[in-house]
Design a protein around this ligand. Structure first.
Ligand SMILES: *[C@@H]1O[C@H](CO)[C@@H](O)[C@H](O)[C@H]1NC(C)=O
Ligand SMILES: *[C@@H]1O[C@H](CO)[C@@H](O)[C@H](O)[C@H]1NC(C)=O
Ligand SMILES: *[C@@H]1O[C@H](CO)[C@@H](O)[C@H](O)[C@H]1NC(C)=O
Ligand SMILES: *[C@@H]1O[C@H](CO)[C@@H](O)[C@H](O)[C@H]1NC(C)=O
Ligand SMILES: *[C@@H]1O[C@H](CO)[C@@H](O)[C@H](O)[C@H]1NC(C)=O
Ligand SMILES: *[C@@H]1O[C@H](CO)[C@@H](O)[C@H](O)[C@H]1NC(C)=O
Ligand SMILES: *[C@@H]1O[C@H](CO)[C@@H](O)[C@H](O)[C@H]1NC(C)=O
Ligand SMILES: *[C@@H]1O[C@H](CO)[C@@H](O)[C@H](O)[C@H]1NC(C)=O
Ligand SMILES: *[C@@H]1O[C@H](CO)[C@@H](O)[C@H](O)[C@H]1NC(C)=O
Length: 492
């Protein structure tokens, strides 16, 4: 793998414009020239040799003249050839056409099959596999992807084009190595949306010999973004075993095109991927995150059941946290080996979150971004989710994302509790009610319900643990997929 820093330095150095006068073409011309030459020579041979009796001096002079004019005409043809190639080269460069990254015609269907991001391109998609675009590829006819402009407010001001490597647009900079280009309809700061945007890249990596990108370029609706959230960045650094280099095009003018030696573009989430392929991605990220954070397997003592209350502050927090902690602590106390842990998502470092999830068998948490950590638990662990009033009716399908993630990552969703109590919305429109009233509401509690639910989940987990310990657990972090890359950087 190329070191990302050095390739960055390389990339920033303006490349000498590539020309059509590649060695191949020169050889081609030479061959043409020699062929012409030989043809002319054969034609002139009889004239030079047939009349042996006539004056030799005049004949020699004649043939010399012929040779001279032949050489001149060949040179002229060659010059003409070169001029024409030159003009062709110039035409090819000029014909590279930039289109806006964000195509407003598809604004109404931005998330559907044909997104407004690079709308003239089709994805490569095989059923169940990741949906992506790759440049150069057969479908780009060997052309590279070029991007111009780096507006962070309106994606319609940024543009893209395809160009043959021999005829890149004028003044283009060629960036070496592999570039990942991610367009998210949401953002790369939020844990859930950021993870959704990066899962396809990890899936592509698994299918492509664990290739590691030299740089990432992030877009939201075609608008350039300069960073990903720190949780996601850590997660990707763990997954790719190295620093994540986000290209911000600093120092590039708006009219300076940048072309990529190799680029992979994702504008959809994992939607089209099969359960098996998504599970493989989560397995890889989990394994790499644990290696990155030095989580030791010894942490999980036989027969221990980790029950974690993963709390939020502010929006969608429990209105009476201490009561919720008390109820679950009491249930936990009744079960041998059960250990309760209470943590707040907003004051844990990335590795503390990985550590916590690695020792959690039952995750108890309100609906919210902190739940994106759930796939970091051992497979078959349990999730118990909580919602404030008003969500079921008004929140749309998005409220089920953590249930889907639980299932896709091989965990068990133990159901959800929805607070039936709370004030009623004072507005008449549903949309307004959800966004400005229910969305960030607090969550109450029902002692009877929580205690019974907790008891049932605990007894199921306990039963499973006993089965597992008789079979011997197979969890092993030391052998992640794509481990060979990591071993270079992080010897264990
Ligand atoms: C060069 O090519 C052009 C166009 O094919 C032709 O018109 C012209 O006569 C050529 N010149 C020579 C010197 O061959
Ligand atoms: C690209 O096309 C070539 C020649 O047609 C073929 O051999 C190759 O398998 C194709 N590659 C892919 C990835 O489809
Ligand atoms: C290329 O760069 C040169 C100097 O930086 C500039 O004068 C010229 O206009 C540029 N050409 C194009 C096509 O942008
Ligand atoms: C993991 O261990 C390595 C080597 O012992 C150390 O360099 C690294 O800082 C540790 N990482 C964390 C997150 O503790
Ligand atoms: C939480 O509930 C308990 C028991 O009903 C009560 O004593 C306590 O004051 C409540 N705390 C808050 C912050 O409402
Ligand atoms: C974490 O945050 C919670 C609530 O914001 C606070 O009570 C707790 O003391 C914090 N813990 C640490 C270790 O900072
Ligand atoms: C998860 O549980 C199921 C049945 O409860 C079992 O067949 C499977 O092997 C378990 N998977 C892991 C990874 O422990
Ligand atoms: C609490 O939950 C129990 C058990 O599901 C239910 O019977 C009871 O009505 C609930 N209490 C309230 C106040 O909702
Ligand atoms: C994990 O797997 C590696 C290689 O397959 C093996 O050497 C090691 O002993 C295993 N560790 C555990 C705890 O099973």
């Amino acid at each position: 793998m190329t070191n990302s820093l050095s390739s960055e330095v390389l990339a920033r150095k303006p490349q000498r414009p590539l020309s059509l006068y590649s060695p191949k073409i020169s050889i081609c011309l030479l061959v043409t020239c020699v062929t012409l030459f030989v043809l002319f020579q054969i034609q002139s041979l009889p004239t030079a040799l047939s009349p042996p009796a006539s004056a030799p001096s005049s004949s020699t002079w004649n043939s010399l003249q012929k040779w001279k004019s032949m050489i001149i005409s060949t040179a002229l043809t060659l010059k003409n050839c070169t001029d024409q190639l030159d003009s062709l080269d110039s035409k090819l460069r000029e014909s590279v056409t930039f289109l806006p990254l964000k195509d407003l015609r598809y604004a109404h269907a931005a998330q559907e099959g044909h997104t407004w991001f690079m709308s003239s391109m089709y994805d490569t998609y095989k059923k169940g596999e990741v949906q992506y675009q790759q440049f150069p590829s057969n479908s780009s006819k060997g052309r590279l992807l070029c991007i111009k402009g780096h507006d962070s407010h309106d994606g319609a001001w940024n543009s893209y084009a395809l160009a043959w490597p021999e005829a890149l647009p004028r003044n283009a900079t060629l960036m070496k190595g592999l570039t990942f280009i991610s367009n998210s309809h949401y953002n790369h700061d939020n844990l859930w949306h950021g993870l959704s945007a990066t899962v396809p890249f990890v899936a592509w990596r698994i299918k492509n010999e664990c290739a590691t990108p030299s740089r990432w370029i992030l877009y939201h609706w075609g608008e350039l973004r300069y960073k990903m959230g720190s949780w996601l960045k850590n997660l990707m650094e763990a997954t790719y075993s190295g620093t994540i280099n986000i290209q911000t095009f600093e120092g590039f003018g708006d009219d300076e095109p940048v072309c990529f030696e190799k680029a992979v573009v994702m504008r959809h989430d994992e939607g089209g991927m099969s359960g098996e392929n998504i599970m493989q991605v989560y397995d890889l990220i989990r394994c790499k995150a644990r290696v990155y954070c030095n989580v030791s397997l010894g942490d999980n003592i036989k027969g221990r059941i980790g029950m974690t209350l993963f709390m939020r502050t502010g929006a969608r927090s429990f209105s009476n946290e201490s009561e919720v902690v008390r109820i679950f602590t009491e249930e936990c106390r009744k079960v041998e080996g059960c250990q309760i842990m209470v943590a707040h998502s907003d004051n844990l470092t990335f590795c503390e979150q990985v550590q916590l999830m690695s020792s959690t068998d039952i995750l108890i948490s309100p609906h919210g971004a902190q739940l994106a950590n759930l796939f970091l638990m051992d497979k078959n662990s349990s999730v118990m989710e909580f919602y404030p009033k008003g969500w079921l009716k008004l929140a749309g399908v998005g409220q089920f994302v953590y249930k889907w993630m639980t299932i896709r990552s091989g965990m068990k969703h133990q159901g959800a509790w929805r607070d039936p109590d709370g004030e009623n919305c004072p507005y008449s429109e549903d949309g307004r009610c959800f966004l400005s009233f229910y969305k960030d509401g607090k969550i109450g509690y029902n002692e009877t319900y929580f205690a019974e639910w907790g008891r049932n989940v605990l007894s199921e987990v306990k039963r499973k643990k006993i089965e597992e310990s008789s079979q011997g657990r197979s969890t092993n972090n030391s052998q992640c997929m794509c481990a060979s890359v990591s071993s270079k950087i992080r010897q264990r």
